[in-house]
Design a binder for this molecule. Structure first.
Ligand code: HEC
Ligand code: HEC
Ligand code: HEC
Length: 146
């Protein structure tokens, strides 16, 4: 799966023109000083989301959803309005039967837009016991990194 991983933001940062590098440095400094302002603080938009309402309970590893990986490919409203994903970590009750029926993740993970629901371990890649919520900052870890 590593081959399909999106390049991490750090590598694109090197290619930015100087002024952007400076504004990045300033933003980083503000973050260090005041703990605010760095886009990474937005959390979910850039990090991963652990979905674990039922997986652990049902004997599956928790789901690690790489939010950044998806949001650079799709508009927010595809998932947060058309697919009905509530914009709050842990707020969605997703059943595997829904996914197989083409709802939620299954609208795309259907072997047409993206690989299908039979690839259990690509989604259920979290360590057992992970709590639902946001993990990580400006990059996505991708499957198998938990
Ligand atoms: C495209 C991503 C994806 C794939 C592939 C996937 N799942 Fe899931 N699955 C989810 C999500 C998201 C949830 C909801 C997680 C939660 O809140 O616990 C879930 C929940 C579950 C649950 C608990 C809820 C329920 O319906 O009982 C089980 C059990 C489960 N999956 C089994 C499987 C098995 C077995 C496979 C492979 C045949 C599989 N999953 C493949 C995304 C996926
Ligand atoms: C491919 C689907 C998809 C796309 C595209 C997407 N999101 Fe999400 N988003 C999710 C899922 C799934 C969750 C986790 C929901 C859960 O944990 O129950 C989530 C969670 C969130 C959260 C909750 C964070 C928290 O701290 O609780 C916010 C905010 C958010 N998304 C904003 C956005 C914005 C802004 C965009 C567009 C720039 C976007 N999302 C694009 C699927 C998506
Ligand atoms: C709007 C379409 C869409 C939705 C909805 C969607 N995905 Fe994806 N997802 C994709 C596409 C496209 C890829 C890239 C597939 C490829 O590289 O072959 C992908 C890739 C992934 C990857 C692999 C990321 C990597 O680093 O290679 C994971 C894990 C994943 N999705 C999990 C999920 C889970 C879990 C959900 C539901 C919470 C979900 N996706 C919902 C379209 C979607």
């Amino acid at each position: 799966m590593n081959a399909t991983r999106w390049p991490e933001p750090a590598s694109t940062r090197l290619a930015w023109p100087g002024w952007r590098r400076w504004s990045t440095a300033v933003a980083l400094l503000m973050t260090l000083l005041f703990g605010v302002g760095w886009p990474g603080d937005a959390g979910a938009e850039y990090g991963d989301v652990v979905l674990n309402q039922r997986s652990d309970f049902e004997g599956m590893r928790p789901v690690v959803f790489p939010h950044w990986f998806h949001r650079i490919r799709f508009r927010c409203k595809v998932c947060h309005s058309e697919l009905g994903f509530k914009m709050r970590a842990g707020a969605n009750q997703v059943l595997m039967t829904d996914i197989i029926d083409g709802k939620f993740c299954g609208m795309c993970h259907n072997n047409q837009i993206a690989w299908g629901p039979e690839r259990c371990e690509l989604c259920h890649s979290g360590l057992p016991g992970l709590s639902p919520g946001i993990v990580g900052g400006a990059q996505t870890s991708g499957p198998g990194r938990w």
